[in-house]
Design a protein around this ligand. Structure first.
Ligand code: ADP
Ligand code: ZN
Length: 750
C-alpha cells in the first residue's frame, strides 16, 4: 500500500463543463483515484457503474465509470487533483457486456478506501477480483432445424428429434442422455442438417430459497426475538441489532427467520461467517429450512464458480449468499439484510492488502444499502456492547439453551496442585474425567490453540533454538510431516537430525505442546479410543471439515483433539466433556484484547459441551486459576467481566472508548526502518486528545526478511483519525527501501 499521495485525487466527471465530454474511470490498481477519459460519441450514454475497457499507457485495462463526486463525510474527502487537459484525454475503448457496479457498492468502495486510507482502486479490485471481466461462458445447444431435411430414419434418431421437439434446445450431451442414445447420434443429425446450433443462456445456478419451506417451531424465549427480527427485516431500512444468546440458544434458528422475512420482501441476503470451514454445516441447515442451497463465496472458489456467482448476485438470481469477509464486496442488486455471525471473531479483520474489519464495514455496507444488519454472538465484542450501551445498536438477548439443555459446568484444574506426570501435559484430573466420559459412551474433546508438535525446538547440548531465517519467530516442528516450519512466513525445512549449531546428535528437544504432541499423549493414555484430530492443516477445506464434523455427529469418534477450528459453532450432540489443555495460552503478550479474546474463545469452546440431553463439563487447565478470565468462565458471568474490561479501557481512551491507528514501518535494512520510524516519531501529530506511542520494534521485528517498527496513534472517539494520519504521512515520506502501512482500528499488534 502506498499512501504518500492519497490526496492527489483526480477531479470528478464534469459532464456539464465545456470541452470534450469526459468520465472518471476507476481502475483496480493502486492509483490515488479515478482517471479522466474522453467519451467517444458511440458511448455517449455511459453511466456510473458501467464496466469499461480503457487504455493505460500501452496496456488496456478494465475499470468502472465512477461517480462525479464521492459521497463521503467531509473529514474523509481528499482534496481534488489538477484536471487533465482536453488534448491529453484518451478515449474509453468500449463498454463491456457486464452488469454495472451498483451505486451502493461504488459508494461503499469509496468509503472503505477513505476509512482505511487505501487507494480506492485497491478496494475496487476486491469488488472486481471475481473476473467480472470475463463473461460467463455460453454453451451451445441443439434445436430442430426448420424445415426438416430429408433423412435416413432410425429409432435412435427419432428419439432424439422427439426429445428436441418436446424439451427445447439442449446441450448435445444432455440431449443424448435424455434420448438414451450416444452423442454420435446427435452429431450425425447435426451433420445431416436436422439440428441447428443455438447459443444457450446459462441456467440460473442457484435455486430460489422458499421462505415457507420448513418453518421452525420456536420456543418461548425464541418467538419474541424472531418476531422482532422478522419485523426489522420485513420493513427494511438501516438499523443495527445485536442478537446475543448463550451457545445453543437457537440464534441461528432465529436469524434464519429474519432471512425468511427478507426473502418474502423480495430482497437479497448476505451472511458473513468468520471462517468458511463453517459453511458446510451452515449450508445444510439453511437447505433444510429453505429447501435450496445458498450461494457460497470465499477465496477458494474455482474461477468458473466465482464468475457464475458474481453474475448471479449482480442479476439477483442468487438470493442468499453466505461467505467470508470478501463477500462484502459483491455487487448485490437488491441487498435487504446482512447477518454477521460470530461477530466478535478477529478473523473478520483482513490483515493483508486493504486492512479492514469486515464486521465494521458490514455495518457501513448496510447503511449504504438502507438495509438492517444483525450482529450475532454468544460473546459480543466490547465494541458492539459499547454501541448497544450508547443506544446506537438495538439488543436482543436469548438467555437459555433451546430444549432445556443446561449450560455446561466449567471448572479449573489448578496445574500447580495437580501437575501432569513429567514430560506430559494432561493433568490426572483431566485424564480421569476423559476416561469416565468415554466409559459412559459419550464423547470428549481436547482443545489446544496450537498447530504442530511443539512450538519450540531446543538443543540440550548448546542451547541453540531453531529459528526462522526470515522472521523473529521459532520454527514449529510438525512431526507427522517431518518438517519444521514458520507459522508466519511459511518457511519450511526437513527436521534436522542433529543440532545445526553444535552438531550434537539426538540433542534436539521439543519444548511445550502442540496438538500433535497432545494427540500422541492421548493415544498412549487411551490406546482403544477412536481419535480424530481437527486442525486447519489436517483438514484441507470445508468439505474435509464437514466430513470430520459428520463423523463426530455419527459417534464414530470418542475423542476429538483440535485447534481453534473446533471452537466454532458446531453442534455435537454426544459431546459432554471439553478439556482446555492450556487456558492461559492467549493471556500473554500484552495485547489490548488478550483477556477479552481468551474469554470469548474459551467460552465458545466450552459451548461445544452438553448441547443435547446429557449435561456437559468443561475443565480448564491453568497455572493462574485466580485470574479474572478463569473466574469469569467458571461463574459464567461474562457480562460482569466485560463491564470490568470496559472500565479498564475507558480512562485511557482505549477502544471502544477511543480510536487507534497503527503505522507499521518495514524496510530492507534495520537502518532504513529505524530512520523512517524515528522521522515519523519526530513528526508525530500533536493535539488535545491525541497521543503517539512508539516507535518501537514490532514484536515480529523481522517478518519475511523485512525489519519492522510500529507506532500507535491513539485518539479520543470524537476525533477522526484519517485526516490526521493522511497529513502525517504527507509530512514524513518513507526512506528509500522503506514503506509505511496503515492499520486503522488494529486488531493484531504483532
Ligand atoms: P446457537 O446458534 O445459539 O448456538 P443454534 O441455532 O445452533 O444455537 O441451536 C442449537 C441447536 O438447537 C441446533 O441443533 C438447533 O437446530 C436446535 N434448535 C434451536 N432452536 C430450535 C427450535 N426452535 N426448534 C428445533 N430445534 C431448535
Ligand atoms: Zn518466517
Amino acid at each position: 500500500m502506498v499512501h504518500a499521495s492519497l490526496d492527489k485525487r483526480p477531479p470528478a466527471r464534469k459532464p456539464e463543463s465545456a470541452g470534450r465530454p469526459r468520465v472518471a474511470v476507476l481502475l483496480p490498481l493502486p492509483f490515488p483515484g479515478p482517471f479522466d477519459y474522453a467519451v467517444p460519441p458511440a458511448l455517449a450514454d455511459l453511466q456510473p457503474g458501467d464496466i469499461v475497457s480503457v487504455p493505460l499507457g500501452r496496456r488496456t485495462e478494465t475499470g468502472v465509470v465512477w461517480d462525479p463526486t464521492p459521497a463521503l463525510p467531509p473529514e474523509f474527502t481528499p482534496p481534488p487533483m489538477k484536471p487533465v487537459a482536453d488534448g491529453r484525454l484518451k478515449p474509453v475503448i468500449s463498454r463491456l457486456d457486464q452488469p454495472p457496479l451498483p451505486g451502493a457498492l461504488r459508494r461503499f468502495v469509496d468509503w472503505v478506501a477513505a476509512y482505511t486510507l487505501s487507494p480506492p482502486g485497491m478496494v475496487l479490485a476486491m469488488a472486481l477480483r471475481t473476473a467480472a471481466t470475463a463473461p460467463v461462458a455460453l454453451t451451445t445447444g441443439w434445436a430442430l432445424a426448420e424445415p426438416p431435411p430429408e433423412l435416413r430414419d432410425t429409432p435412435a434418431r427419432r428419439r432424439v428429434l422427439e426429445i428436441s421437439r418436446s424439451d427445447g434446445p439442449l446441450p448435445g450431451a444432455e440431449l443424448a442422455r435424455r434420448a438414451g442414445v450416444g452423442t454420435s447420434v446427435v452429431r450425425g443429425l447435426a451433420d445431416a442438417g436436422a439440428l441447428r446450433a443455438v447459443v444457450l443462456k446459462p441456467a440460473p445456478p442457484f435455486a430460489a430459497p422458499d421462505p415457507a419451506h420448513c418453518p421452525p417451531t420456536l420456543g418461548d424465549g425464541q418467538r419474541e426475538a424472531a418476531q422482532s427480527l422478522r419485523d426489522l427485516a420485513g420493513a427494511g431500512g438501516f438499523s443495527v441489532t445485536l442478537l446475543e444468546g448463550v451457545t445453543g440458544s437457537g440464534k441461528t434458528e432465529i436469524y434464519l427467520e429474519a432471512i425468511a422475512a427478507c426473502l418474502e420482501r423480495g430482497r437479497q441476503v448476505l451472511v458473513l461467517l468468520p471462517e468458511i470451514a463453517l459453511s458446510a454445516q451452515w449450508t445444510g441447515r439453511f437447505a433444510r429450512r429453505f429447501g435450496a442451497e445458498p450461494a457460497l463465496w470465499h477465496s477458494d472458489l474455482g474461477p468458473r464458480l466465482r464468475r457464475v456467482t458474481w453474475h448471479a448476485v449482480a442479476e439477483g438470481s442468487a438470493r442468499v449468499v453466505v461467505g467470508a469477509r470478501s463477500a462484502l464486496f459483491l455487487p448485490f442488486a437488491e441487498l435487504g439484510l446482512i447477518i454477521v455471525d460470530e461477530e466478535h471473531e478477529s478473523a473478520f479483520k483482513q490483515e493483508d492488502g486493504v486492512t479492514y474489519h469486515a464486521r465494521d464495514m458490514a455495518v457501513v455496507r448496510a447503511r449504504m444499502d438502507h438495509a438492517p444488519i444483525i450482529l450475532v454472538s454468544a460473546t459480543p465484542s466490547l465494541e458492539t456492547l459499547a454501541n448497544v450501551g450508547a443506544g446506537r445498536y438495538r439488543h436482543l438477548a436469548l438467555t437459555a439453551r433451546h430444549g432445556g439443555a443446561a449450560m455446561p459446568e466449567v471448572r479449573t484444574v489448578d496445574m500447580r496442585a495437580h501437575p501432569p506426570e513429567r514430560g506430559l501435559f494432561l493433568s490426572p484430573l483431566l485424564t480421569e474425567a476423559m476416561r469416565a466420559t468415554m466409559e459412559r459412551g459419550e464423547q470428549a474433546m481436547l482443545f489446544l490453540n496450537r498447530r504442530g508438535y511443539a512450538p519450540l525446538t531446543l538443543c540440550r547440548t548448546c542451547g541453540h533454538r531453531l529459528q526462522c531465517p526470515n522472521c523473529t519467530a521459532w520454527l514449529v516442528e510438525h512431526r507427522a510431516r517431518r518438517v519444521i516450519t514458520c507459522h508466519h512466513c511459511g518457511y519450511q525445512e526437513p527436521t534436522p537430525p542433529t543440532c545445526p549449531s553444535c552438531h550434537a546428535e539426538a540433542s534436539l528437544t521439543p519444548i511445550g505442546p502442540g496438538v500433535e504432541r497432545i494427540t500422541e499423549e492421548a493415544r498412549a493414555t487411551f490406546p482403544d479410543a477412536r481419535l480424530l484430530v481437527m486442525a486447519s492443516d489436517t483438514l484441507p477445506g470445508p468439505a474435509a471439515t464437514a466430513d470430520a464434523v459428520a463423523q463426530i455427529a455419527r459417534r464414530e469418534v470418542d475423542l476429538v483433539i483440535g485447534t481453534q477450528i473446533v471452537a466454532k459453532g458446531w453442534h455435537f450432540p454426544h459431546l459432554t466433556l471439553v478439556g482446555v489443555v492450556d487456558a492461559d495460552l492467549g493471556l500473554g503478550g500484552g495485547d489490548l484484547r488478550a483477556a477479552e479474546r481468551t474469554v470469548q474463545l474459551l467460552h465458545q469452546v466450552a459451548g461445544r459441551a452438553g448441547r443435547a440431553e446429557a449435561p456437559g463439563t468443561v475443565l480448564l487447565q491453568s497455572y493462574c486459576t485466580e485470574h479474572p478470565v478463569m473466574q469469569a468462565l467458571v461463574s459464567g458471568d461474562l457480562a460482569s467481566f466485560m463491564r470490568q474490561e470496559a472500565e479498564q479501557r475507558r480512562p485511557g481512551f482505549w477502544p471502544p472508548f477511543g480510536r487507534l491507528a497503527a503505522l507499521i514501518v518495514s524496510a530492507d535494512t534495520p537502518e532504513a526502518a529505524d530512520a523512517t520510524a524515528r522521522a515519523l516519531g519526530g513528526g508525530a501529530p500533536r493535539g488535545e486528545g491525541l497521543q503517539v506511542l512508539g516507535p518501537a520494534p514490532a514484536p515480529l521485528a523481522i517478518l519475511r526478511g523485512r525489519h519492522r517498527r510500529r507506532l500507535l496513534l491513539r485518539a479520543r472517539r470524537e476525533i477522526a483519525l484519517q485526516p490526521i494520519v493522511r497529513e502525517w504521512l504527507e509530512r514524513v515520506p518513507p526512506e528509500r527501501g522503506a514503506r509505511i502501512d496503515v492499520d486503522i482500528d488494529p486488531v493484531s499488534f504483532l
